[in-house]
Design a protein around this ligand. Structure first.
Ligand code: GLN
Length: 390
């Protein structure tokens, strides 16, 4: 028999469904509410700083774990926002986006055979990242419509092989912002069973209810938390690929080795620009960003409700996960393509946030990181589609 030409590790996950739906949107000339990237400009200050850095010939490799300017800015940021004391030379790694950050973290700290608990619905990368480490993803379902964490259920999934829990708050795709009680439950179990918390905090500045609490600030958690974030969402620069990792020094050493051999480093001039953004954009920037997102959330939420979807208003991040059972009996992947083709609005099928995939079969996710005009137009198209179906 002909030997397999591709590595077995790639056989148990698919290509990104989110990015596939971007291609589907292009094919049908649909409004892309699938992949979460803004259709509005980044702050002028950042764009100018990037041009300045390139014109100043900052065009060669940056220090592998991040430019001094960027690490200084991050030390300052974590102190100012959360009161955290982070050692810039030992505890920070700047990566090529949150995606590389998560892969470097997992490859740096997870062994083959380990179990990794993933709260679901989950962001699609966590499963493949776990599989690339030859570890086993163990899924804890947070049941809709509330998507609250059940501590007993979480405790019941912990075994001798459990190594880490991946926590994403504010959450993509549910919009949940985990509250103190839920975070306490996770922290207590991490401490009791000597587990790592790998926290994806990429939406840390985008929330409408509650408050963002980094797990690393909680009692007993600093030494066992790996905090991932980045500037893609905060500064609307998803294509710049600037991610950040804060981890205790021993873990950082391992993570930096992986990061170094995967990518050498994140783009040098764009790190300079992000440092300027971190240093110079004040509270006003963040509060107006939230207020703009709140308006966008209202537009999309109203359109989805009017069109017969069942959904919650997200507490954070910029997605709405919506049940479409009143509109169609089709499975989520078929319905998503029908929406892109017939309504000319492209969502992401809910199955890509679930394991087993069937759990998401009546759900689709819409992103609202778009200009109001884009969302209003998408809303009109969805209402029209629903009206014609009804
Ligand atoms: N985080 C974004 C989303 O969920 C973008 C994903 C990506 O393509 N990196 O849509």
């Amino acid at each position: 028999m002909k030997p397999q030409r591709t590595a077995l590790r790639t056989h148990s996950f698919t290509e990104s469904v989110i990015r596939d739906m971007t291609r589907v949107a292009k094919k049908h000339n649909a409004i892309n509410l699938a992949q979460g990237f803004p259709d509005f400009p980044a702050p002028q200050l950042l764009k100018d700083a990037a041009c300045d850095a390139i014109n100043a010939d900052i065009n060669q490799y940056a220090v592998t774990w991040g430019t001094a300017s960027m690490r200084d800015a991050l030390v300052e940021k974590y102190h100012k926002w959360y009161g955290m004391d982070v050692a810039g030379d030992q505890e920070i790694t700047v990566t090529c986006g949150g995606t590389e950050g998560m892969a470097s973290v997992m490859l740096g700290v997870i062994n083959p055979g380990d179990e990794v608990i993933i709260l679901q619905p989950f962001y699609e990368n966590y499963g493949p990242d776990t599989i690339l480490c030859e570890a086993k993803p163990v899924f804890l379902t947070l049941e809709g419509p509330d998507f609250r964490l059940d501590p007993d259920h979480l405790a019941s999934l912990i075994t001798k092989r459990t190594r880490a829990i991946i926590v994403n708050t504010p959450n993509n795709p549910t919009g949940r912002v985990l509250d103190q009680e839920e975070l306490d439950a996770i922290a207590n179990l991490c401490i009791k069973h000597d587990l790592l918390a790998i926290t994806d905090e990429i939406y840390e500045h985008i929330y409408y209810e509650g408050k963002h609490i980094p797990m690393a600030t909680m009692d007993g958690m600093k030494d066992r938390t790996i905090t991932l974030s980045g500037l893609s969402k905060t500064f609307s620069v998803t294509g710049w690929r600037i991610g950040t990792i804060i981890a205790p020094p021993d873990l950082t050493k391992a993570i930096r080795k992986v990061h170094d051999f995967l990518t050498v480093g994140a783009p040098a001039p764009l790190q300079e620009a992000c440092a300027v953004g971190l240093n110079q954009l004040g509270k006003g920037y963040y509060s107006s960003m939230i207020s703009d997102y709140r308006d966008r959330r209202e537009i999309l939420y109203a359109a989805l409700k009017d069109s017969g979807f069942t959904c919650n208003k997200p507490e954070g991040a910029y997605y709405i996960l919506a049940d479409f059972s009143q509109l169609s009996d089709e499975p989520d992947d078929v319905f998503s393509r029908v929406l892109a083709r017939d309504a000319k609005v492209s969502p992401v099928p809910g199955s890509s946030f679930h394991s087993p995939a069937e759990l998401g079969k009546s759900l689709v996710r819409f992103a609202f990181c778009k200009r109001s005009e884009t969302l209003l137009e998408a809303g009109d198209r969805l209402r029209h589609f629903a009206h014609n179906r009804g």
